[in-house]
Design a protein around this ligand. Sequence first.
Ligand code: SF4
Ligand code: FES
Length: 365
Amino acid sequence: MRDKIAAPAGMLAELTHRCPLGCPYCSNPIELEKAAGELDTATWKRVLSEAAAAGVLHVHLSGGEPCVRRDIVELTAHCAEAGLYSNLITSGVGLTRDLFEALVAAGLDHIQLSIQDAEATSADRIAGYEGAFARKREVAAWTTAAGLPLTVNAVMHRANVSRAGRMVELAVLLGARRIEVAHTQYYGWAMVNRAALMPSREETETAVAEVEALRKKHEGRIVIDHVVPDYHARFPKACMNGWGRRTLNVTPSGRILPCHAAAMIPGLEFWSVMEHSLAEAWYDSPAFNIFRGTEWMKEPCRSCDRREIDFGGCRCQALALTGDARNADPICHLSPDHAIAQEIAAQQAPDVAPDYVYRRMKTKA
Ligand code: SF4
Ligand code: FES
């Protein structure tokens, strides 16, 4: 079996679920892992070494906000020692100038900064944190001045979708080499807030066209990765590039997952870094093998000629919308459950400012 499975190329290290922001589309689970249960420094260093030994090239130091970990500089330095390319995925809030410089000195390779909107008031409301927008601009300036590559993450939803183009222009202005424009994926906190986050089909199509036009305008200046909104699509995305094919996640307490939302799938047994090496979990754990390849598929995926292109879509979305993670992702127009996705996409949100359930349970910004 092992010889048929490629080594993992990337690892998302969720160092903590703690975060000063409260974004209503956060991909962290509803049950956030507590600080008291987080892996200690020595264990994370061992896990990073195991990742390098298993073939991982890129490590995404993420959270929550990874900079709330007091050992973030030590862990970054360990990535460099282990030969791992390190990417800090940060809100920018909590990253001081001194800490930034220490991270650069420790060998940090890349910064990925989230931007909630192109307008400060709206951006801070979405983040649930006053002053976050200004802080992010400052962090972007430090990053480019230090010569570090900067990627901007922009999650699109009803409150900012009309400014999709302006967010791309802002990323260019900030000196980002890449922007990831990702329309909200609905699981975790985004599922809780779906009614407030879901834009209309017209708003979505306008935003997609606007971003695509800017791709041409800024060719050679910025790379635009565009994750299009799947609720309005005919085919699903190849979530995670296929289950257990390229990447793995380690949660703050050390559970090893095939994707960030996999813990929502009942009946899966996730191995822990406290009992198994990363390589053991990647190759041998039932949770990684259960949806590998195409053998597990039901119809219509099982006999579909796209089954090795999209791998039946997203397991977590199939579970969330149909109750069975083995079903075809209902985003697919060939799925017998496609009407579920269509009905949700057709729901028009009322024309008032969306009221969010913030992930830290804050009610108002
Ligand atoms: Fe993908 Fe399954 Fe739809 Fe075929 S039937 S396109 S494999 S989700
Ligand atoms: Fe889990 Fe798509 S988010 S498979």
